[in-house]
Design a protein around this ligand. Structure first.
Ligand SMILES: Cc1cc2nc3c(=O)[nH]c(=O)nc-3n(C[C@H](O)[C@H](O)[C@H](O)COP(=O)(O)OP(=O)(O)OC[C@H]3O[C@@H](n4cnc5c(N)ncnc54)[C@H](O)[C@@H]3O)c2cc1C
Length: 408
């Protein structure tokens, strides 16, 4: 590996948290050459997690999510190109082409184009809201302002985004009704047991959750919206927010010759080719875990940040990646905090080792083949951090139960 030289030019495509943290990390590691950061949004890099929390709840101005302040942009000495969509990458010449007809030839390219909200093709698609970007939250806020307090808002999808949106809407005096297609939210993410412990949370906050909802359409009726169910029933709502997961932004690389398979496939150094890397939500990377190495794409804020740091260290110092990586995720919903360490499968075994539904806080371990694969907590941040050691080396579930680090 030849480390970056001052004569190099690193082009970062995608000005989200991964792209921005990478720029910061490169400078911190001492790289003094050119950096161009290009993104298709109108705003300089900002943080997404507060959008569905503090910003939608009306507690934060969207400007507070800004990561790349004017002072930092100047300090990082980065050329920022906003509002430009990359359409094509020529890997051999590390040249990125944009929709406005311009192109940038760098010596190295970092793909950090993340993911976007999945849209549902209902009749009233123009009126539906999703929540991925600052523009999305501003458009949603604009519509909410004209809604009377107490108006019903349909939230389609009870996953992490849907739950956070419902919480924020409730805090603002609206009446969110969460419509979940599965038997209960997050069953396909956290598994049957953990999702069953969470199912009463909305009600405890006075929010209605309806499971097993088959929605066939959302239509406009006399200027208002109606959610149409498969059985013909209709529900009138003031607005609809869809939280139906994300779609990876990798289509622009279709002709690049890179391996693209629900994300850009990268090696253990996050490289897709000699001088092209992919980081964050868009990367399908080799994740080294306690149960071995497997290709994964993980949509977690912490993983995007870790990728940025790891790639910067590799390109500036040739530093090898860590032996084991422990992904971290959190979600603030229904006045509780869910936190997850590791990347367990929904089919993994689960044992709750501390707390209970009644206490409103608990800690549970996931395991596969007798090895601990994940730790999930409800409002028990200390227990989570104390237990992280269980994922930093392969740990038998029996040993974990004996040592019980969460109880210290
Ligand atoms: C509302 C919300 C709340 C969240 N809350 C949490 C949370 O509580 N905890 C947690 O762990 N994670 C959370 N996440 C997930 C976390 O924000 C993501 O994992 C993180 O943003 C990924 O960063 P990224 O830079 O890889 O991608 P992104 O943030 O998606 O950034 C990619 C950027 O690239 C741009 N782009 C895409 N295609 C192109 C193109 N062709 N040309 C140029 N630019 C392009 C995009 O518009 C975007 O600006 C949340 C996400 C959302 C949307």
């Amino acid at each position: 590996m030849n480390v970056l030289q001052p004569s190099d030019h690193v082009v970062v495509v995608g000005a989200g948290v991964a792209g921005w943290r990478f720029v910061e990390a490169l400078r911190r590691e001492g790289y003094g050459g050119r950096i161009t950061l290009a993104g298709d949004e109108a705003y300089p890099p900002y943080d997404r997690p507060p959008l569905s929390k503090q910003v939608l709840a009306g507690k934060w101005d969207p400007q507070k999510t800004l990561l790349a302040t004017p002072e930092l942009l100047e300090k990082m000495d980065v050329t920022l190109r906003l509002g430009v969509r990359a359409t094509d990458l020529d890997v051999a010449s590390t040249t990125v082409r944009f929709a406005d007809g311009t192109s940038i030839a760098g010596t190295h390219v970092v793909i950090a184009t993340g993911a976007r909200a999945r849209q549902l093709a209902f009749s009233a698609v123009e009126k539906l809201h999703t929540l991925r970007s600052r523009a999305d939250v501003e458009r949603l806020n604009h519509d909410l302002i004209s809604l009377a307090p107490g108006s019903v808002v349909g939230v389609i999808g009870g996953g992490f985004i849907g739950a956070e949106v419902a919480t924020a809407l409730h805090q603002r005096g609206f009446v969110p009704i969460v419509l979940e297609a599965a038997e209960r939210p997050l069953v396909n993410v956290l598994g049957p047991e953990v999702s069953s412990w969470l199912v009463e949370l909305p009600a405890s906050m006075g929010i209605e959750l309806r499971n097993d909802q088959q929605i066939s359409d959302v239509v406009e009726r006399d200027g208002a919206l109606a959610i149409v169910f498969a059985d013909g029933d209709e529900m009138a709502v003031g607005a609809v927010v869809v939280g139906a997961g994300a779609v990876v932004n990798d289509e622009w690389l279709a002709t690049s010759g890179l391996e693209v398979e629900n994300g850009v496939v990268v090696d253990e150094h996050l490289l897709a080719s000699d001088r092209v890397a992919a980081i964050g939500d868009v990367a399908r990377f080799s994740w080294k875990s306690v149960t071995g190495t497997e290709p994964v794409r993980i949509e977690h804020w912490q993983v995007a940040t870790d990728h940025a740091h790891e790639l910067a260290r590799y390109w500036t110092r040739g530093e090898q990646p860590a032996d084991l990586v422990v992904p971290y995720f959190w979600s603030d919903q229904y006045a509780k905090k869910i936190q997850l360490l590791g990347h367990p499968r929904p089919s993994d075994d689960v044992v709750r080792v501390s707390g209970s539904d009644e206490e409103g806080k608990w800690l549970a371990l996931y395991s596969r083949g007798g090895i601990v694969t994940g730790i999930v907590t409800l409002s028990q941040p200390r227990g989570l951090m104390l237990s992280k050691c269980l994922l930093e080396m392969p740990t038998a579930l029996d040993d974990a139960l004996q040592v019980a680090p969460w109880a210290v």
